[in-house]
Design a binder for this molecule. Structure first.
Ligand code: VGL
Ligand code: ZN
Length: 198
């Protein structure tokens, strides 16, 4: 009753063939669809950037994807153009069940990236998801999806800091794993009190 499933960014651009493909990103879809049957509340998130978003390397002359730049809110990895609003790349994987209760979009602010489903990367601007969960009396969250070391990680750590009881199903998530990001994410989630289950 008080336990929601949050499916993070299972979108074409994060699956094989997409602009920011995560290895095996499509291999988790069937398992996520099956897991949805166990939850009364299912929420899906969608990375949703305007063209020319500030997190794109193409918006920073002389930069390449995976470079890190300094933004007013801190360091930011620069990505290939991905999940542009309304494009096929931003659409959910075609096999993913989308009959959940809420779809929350993030990353629409041109000046700030948003890995987390709760706060933009300034760690201060809320998306509204916390209020949605609290007003529905939800206290426990299970997270799955893409990418384990970025959007799943940031969402899980923020949720734990907000006081939710958080589990990440690592078997139903896949990582980008650039420059040690997966190991750092696992350590950070453990430190924040996130339960990792497989
Ligand atoms: C993501 C990088 C950029 C993610 C989104 O969903 O993990 N990663 N935008
Ligand atoms: Zn993004």
């Amino acid at each position: 009753m008080n336990h929601a499933l949050i499916v993070i960014d299972v979108q074409n651009d994060f699956c094989p063939g997409g602009a920011l493909a995560v290895t095996g990103g499509d291999a988790i879809v069937a398992g996520i669809n099956a897991l949805m049957d166990d939850f009364r509340t299912v929420i899906l998130t969608q990375d949703w950037h305007p063209r020319g978003h500030s997190s794109f390397a193409s918006s920073h002359p002389g930069s390449a994807p995976m470079d890190v730049t300094d933004m007013p809110y801190g360091p930011q990895v620069l990505w290939p153009d991905h999940c542009i609003q309304g494009t096929t790349g931003a659409a959910f994987h075609s096999d993913l069940r989308t009959d959940g209760d809420l779809i929350i979009r993030k990353g629409y602010n041109p000046a700030i990236d948003s890995y987390s489903a709760f706060f933009e990367n300034d760690r201060a601007t809320p998306t509204g998801l916390e209020g949605y969960l609290r007003t529905r009396g939800i206290t426990r969250l299970t997270l799955v999806g893409l990418a384990l070391d970025f959007c799943v990680n940031f969402s899980a750590v923020d949720a734990a800091r907000l006081g939710f009881d958080v589990t990440v199903r690592t078997d139903l998530s896949r990582a980008i794993d650039a420059n040690g990001s997966l190991d750092a994410a696992i350590a950070g989630m453990r430190d924040a009190g996130v339960a990792l289950a497989a």
